[in-house]
Design a protein. Structure first.
Length: 338
């Protein structure tokens, strides 16, 4: 049985087994969201009246006292009656790009670095999104769903670019993207998702930006950097790419080309498990340490972190040490997408 969720002046119908977040995003009504798996807490909302089933909401993310106080995780909760909800922070309720399901086609598969592939997926019609967001793919012939960030800018809306790292034994990576994938494969795509993005109204006036990506965490940062530089070509933008070794680096030509075109942009590759190669321009160590060595004060800057949780947490600490305001710190943690 379907019920209605009301948020301010917006009302949406929620199907019996449909998460509240899914219903709002499909209607183009914004709710903060990041993991869509019940682990980050970004989508917490308050149920002012009505009943919800918390379903698989982990107690680590939504405690018993929070449930008793009427909070719910929108990405997990299902309605059990009509309900009135309100946000717990962020720009809840604004209009956003509607969450959609499309069937895409694999157009191109490219080995771009060690154990790393670029996948280009053609869409039957444009998908509106904000750079930095992600999509969820359903592995063909299975119900396995995996999330991948978009490396695109918003105007590249008919061919999606994903960067994928091999996870040995992985149902999506080893078995499909590094296994049986073929040009022409049809794949179900759900998106856009996530709040790691420059939204259209984020015309920030061109404050300096620092972005740190670990491994394929570079993907959304490429979309964000190209968007930021297109909006403010003189902007000061520092991009660090942390990888284990030189064989893991990719898109060097794109990034050095951007450096030539934009004097305010710097790209810094950082190798954690290799010493500097002869004549190479890489640093060694961790990218957050490179940032701390390079920047004396990041007051007034925005910071963007995408990669494994330990790297993201180290980045948040480094940004705060350099006096970046917490509200200017954006983060996207990912665990290996097998
Ligand atoms: Fe992460 Fe819901 S808990 S989006």
């Amino acid at each position: 049985m379907a019920f209605t969720a009301t948020l301010g002046d917006k009302q949406v119908r929620c199907g019996e087994d449909q998460p509240v977040l899914d219903a709002f995003l499909r209607a183009g009504v914004w709710m903060p969201n990041s993991c869509n798996q019940g682990t980050c807490g970004t989508c917490k909302l308050r149920v002012v009246n009505g009943e919800v089933d918390h379903r698989d909401s982990p107690v680590d993310t939504l405690t018993e006292s929070e449930r008793a106080a009427g909070l719910a995780l929108a990405c997990q909760a299902r309605l059990r009656s009509n309900a009135v909800v309100e946000g717990t922070g962020g720009a809840v309720g604004r209009t956003t790009y509607a969450l959609r399901e499309l069937t895409g086609t694999v157009l191109e598969i490219e080995d771009m670095a060690r154990d790393t592939r670029r996948l280009r997926l053609g869409l039957p019609e444009p998908l509106a999104f904000s750079p930095g967001q992600y999509v969820e793919l359903t592995v063909p012939g299975t119900e396995v769903r995996r999330q991948y960030s978009l490396a695109n800018t918003a105007d590249e809306d008919e061919v999606l670019e994903l960067h994928v790292r091999l996870v040995p034994g992985g149902a999506a990576t080893e078995k499909w993207i590094f296994g049986g994938v073929a040009v022409g494969d049809r794949v179900r795509i759900t998106g856009p998702l996530g709040d790691f993005c420059l939204s259209p109204e984020d015309e920030s006036g061109g404050e300096p930006m620092v972005l740190i990506g670990g491994g394929t965490g570079l993907a959304p940062l490429i979309g964000l950097v190209r968007t930021a530089l297109a909006r403010a070509p003189e902007r000061e933008v520092l991009l660090y790419h942390g990888v284990r070794g030189a064989a893991d680096l990719y898109d060097l030509e794109v990034l050095t080309g951007l450096e030539e075109a934009h004097p305010g942009f710097s790209f810094v590759p950082v190798l954690s498990h290799e010493s500097q190669r002869e004549g190479a321009f890489c640093r060694t160590g961790f990218p957050t340490d490179s940032f701390l060595a390079d920047v004396a004060s990041a007051r007034g800057w925005s910071g963007w972190l995408c990669g494994p949780p330990a790297m993201v947490e180290a980045g948040v600490k480094a940004f705060k040490r350099r006096r970046m305001a917490p509200r200017m710190i954006h983060r996207e943690k990912f665990t290996p997408n097998d």
